[in-house]
Design a protein around this ligand. Structure first.
Ligand SMILES: *[C@@H]1O[C@H](CO)[C@@H](O)[C@H](O)[C@H]1NC(C)=O
Ligand SMILES: *[C@@H]1O[C@H](CO)[C@@H](O)[C@H](O)[C@H]1NC(C)=O
Ligand SMILES: *[C@@H]1O[C@H](CO)[C@@H](O)[C@H](O)[C@H]1NC(C)=O
Ligand SMILES: *[C@@H]1O[C@H](CO)[C@@H](O)[C@H](O)[C@H]1NC(C)=O
Length: 402
């Protein structure tokens, strides 16, 4: 048998070797092309990163980042560490533990290690040892911060009813005049939104005095764990840097702004009130100043100003294209006025949260693409949950029930 086909095997081998040489040459030429085009090379080195932990801080444009991560997970069939059962958060405001993740703890007669996931991105209070139980060793950690004045203003409106400290105050100005009249540390976690909220999300004590040694030690901890800390005020630059680090395609990081407030529920603070806000949020202020510095240092070291503005322009141009494709004029509207329950965002506190309607008459493929981009986080999470755990009861979304 072997000797009969020996001749044809040899010629097959020759063909195979020739093909290999051609492939190698193509590979080499490709490398050469890339050497002359560093811009392209940097983007294609290695496969895309797929193990990702995003610490979703509150009121920091993080819902838009969540949409980006959900879309990527869905398109690539990646597993997401979703809140267990009927929950919508990974235990927030309690410190995160692995059992808050659906399916992490595997039942059975013998104890088994928790199941691991590709992506973790829902609200949680950071607790590294527990996060490491459900996320692989090579996970990429990142987060996003916002200027503490804007952050506090947004928190005040959004959590007006949730935080006892805010509920009692007529306005943020009034609150900042005498914060200790309204803020009582013994109200515990329910006031987590009312002071140094980002510091709290990171798992630290939001009532600690902002002493230098303490603050520096915590900042160093964040530096060690998070490969990237983005800045909401520079969202597009942040997406450029994120895409580079994750080695994703441009479309993967293009998003429409989600969970934003309408102008009528955005207040402006006077300069003295802004000063008070920064004193009140001293820990968040130190956090923001530090990571704003490291963010720009990284952007300049990795991209340089010319390359940065070219990349930001590409991102914006693509977003305009997708907006033209998906959204009719006036698509961004008051959430309550959106008829399609799948696209209606959750409303909270005194905030008027905006949502989108889609252009009518889109073909099926475009419709799916556009729907993904404008689906609010709660509905998107519920959908991923049903996809990932078809045997479990679907998530109930209370604000859509009636
Ligand atoms: C998606 O992943 C799950 C679990 O990892 C697997 O069972 C399923 O077949 C995958 N589906 C596709 C379309 O790749
Ligand atoms: C804070 O709350 C505790 C317990 O509810 C109460 O005893 C205390 O008087 C409060 N302090 C202020 C300053 O309101
Ligand atoms: C953040 O960094 C940028 C660039 O260095 C700088 O222009 C800006 O003033 C910084 N923001 C704050 C609040 O320090
Ligand atoms: C588009 O979707 C609708 C509803 O799901 C379906 O009835 C129709 O056949 C689809 N059209 C194409 C061209 O796939």
């Amino acid at each position: 048998m072997l000797s009969l086909v020996g001749g044809s095997q040899r010629s097959l081998r020759t063909v195979f070797l020739l093909a290999l040489v051609v492939l190698l040459l193509v590979g080499l030429l490709h490398v050469h092309v890339e050497l002359f085009l560093p811009q392209i090379r940097a983007e294609v080195e290695g496969p895309p990163v797929t193990n990702i932990m995003f610490l979703k801080t509150h009121k920091t444009a993080s819902s838009t980042v969540l949409n980006i991560l959900y879309r990527f997970a869905e398109m690539h069939n990646l597993s997401v560490a979703l809140p267990q059962g009927p929950d919508f958060h990974l235990g927030f405001p309690w410190l995160f533990v692995a059992r808050y993740v659906e399916g992490a703890l595997q039942a059975g007669p013998h104890p088994r290690p928790p199941r691991q996931f590709n992506i973790m991105c829902n609200h949680l209070r950071f607790n590294l040892p527990e996060v490491q139980k459900v996320m692989p060793k090579d996970t990429f950690y990142f987060s996003i911060l916002r200027h503490p004045v804007a952050h506090l203003e947004s928190s005040f409106t959004y959590f007006k009813d949730a935080a006892p400290a805010f509920r009692a105050a007529r306005s943020l100005d009034a609150f900042l005049e005498t914060p200790h009249r309204f803020y009582n540390a013994s109200a515990g976690l329910r006031n987590a939104y009312a002071r140094n909220g980002m510091w709290f999300d990171l798992g630290f004590d939001s009532d600690a005095p902002a002493e230098d040694v303490y603050v520096r030690a915590r900042l160093a901890e964040v530096e060690r764990r998070f490969q990237l800390v983005l800045i909401a005020e520079h969202f597009d630059e942040s997406m450029v840097l994120l895409r580079r680090r994750l080695r994703w395609r441009l479309d993967d990081v293009v998003a429409f702004r989600l969970n934003a407030r309408g102008q009528r529920s955005v207040a402006r603070l006077s300069p003295p009130a802004q000063e008070r806000a920064l004193r009140w949020s001293a820990l968040d202020w130190r956090l923001y100043l530090h990571f704003n510095r490291t963010f720009w240092a990284r952007v300049h070291a990795e991209l340089g100003p010319r390359r940065l503005s070219a990349e930001v322009e590409r991102l914006r141009a693509r977003r305009r294209e997708l907006q033209a494709l998906c959204l009719p004029p006036g698509a961004l509207r008051s959430g309550a006025s959106i008829a399609d329950p799948q696209l209606r965002p959750y409303q909270s506190g005194a905030a008027d949260i905006l949502g989108y309607v889609l252009r009518p008459g889109l073909d099926n493929a475009t419709l799916r693409l556009c729907q993904r981009m404008v689906t609010p986080e709660v509905q998107y999470m519920a959908r991923l949950y049903s996809l990932q755990f078809p045997e479990k009861p679907p998530k109930k979304i209370p604000f859509l029930e009636h």
